[in-house]
Design a protein around this ligand. Sequence first.
Ligand code: ATP
Length: 339
Amino acid sequence: RRVLGIEGTAWAASAAVYDVEADDVTIETDAYEPDSGGIHPREAAEHMREAIPQVVEQALDIAREQAADAGEDPEESPVDAVAFSRGPGLGPCLRIVATAARALAQRLSVPLVGVNHMVAHLEIGRHRSGFSAPVCLNASGANAHVLGYRNGRYRVLGETMDTGVGNAIDKFTRHLGWSHPGGPKVEQRASEGEYVDLPYVVKGMDFSFSGIMSAAKQAIDDGEAVEDVCYSLQENIFAMLTEVAERALSLTDADELVLGGGVGQNDRLREMLGKMCDQRGADFFAPEPRFLRDNAGMIAVLGAKMYDTGETIPVEDSRVRPDFRPDEVVVTWRSGEAV
Ligand code: ATP
């Protein structure tokens, strides 16, 4: 059995094949890289229009090869379902991906599965870790959430009150004139820095990144060394994420934490979370980078779980959801579990 996933919420035009029995995921991604500034929604959508058909055909070729190797009838569809990122994300990008997914599902005569991108960031970590009931920290570009599972839904235990965590870092680097994405460049420069004072804002279980991002820009304008500001920005932002993740573990009495999202590729963030979990006697898992940044593999894997529990949608009900919250999703694929 195989499911084809298509992702396109912001920058990654991506398609993947998930071979369920082999638990094998093949991902084809064509990234949008803005010439200047951050992600421009119209340019990103233009990228999707050009790149999605190609990555989908590449993924389909892989599915066809796998089907041929398995001795399946070449007249039959090589995939059982087409899953797509339904939201949250940039509307113009989502609409192109959804159109491609609908057309493909109709062409192959297979069902369509609409996947919540944030829940996919979470589920891929749970799937790869084998953990049963983890708390999840999603540290991505446009979002920052701490989620826990309770009574059939992923509950948002904490979240950003303003900008997404990666977007805050990217806005700071834009001020320095660096190209998008800024996260890896900040990580590199931070390794040579020392601490300078920057805001640290956690309110209850929520975090705010816009004040620290503005203060970091101001620190550069005031002549602080770039390395020092990069170091301090990382230390504070990641300590904020770690603090809320720890409190979520404590409140839910959980002893497993998984990380998701593109900012999760940062070694320092993983180190802080790993240490915090060690000190509490909790297990920590971060999937490999190809599953942390936006990718269609996570859409295909969650799409397969949803397909198994009958969570398919008719084409006429498959409109995109730019503001799709993770707690709106009824988690049918975990329905046998007590908590
Ligand atoms: P979302 O999943 O919320 O829609 P997104 O589409 O922007 O977000 P992701 O791929 O999850 O995408 O994350 C991209 C973000 O990850 C960018 O903001 C980028 O700067 C950041 N990032 C990438 N690598 C690193 C790193 N090594 N350290 C910190 N941040 C990083």
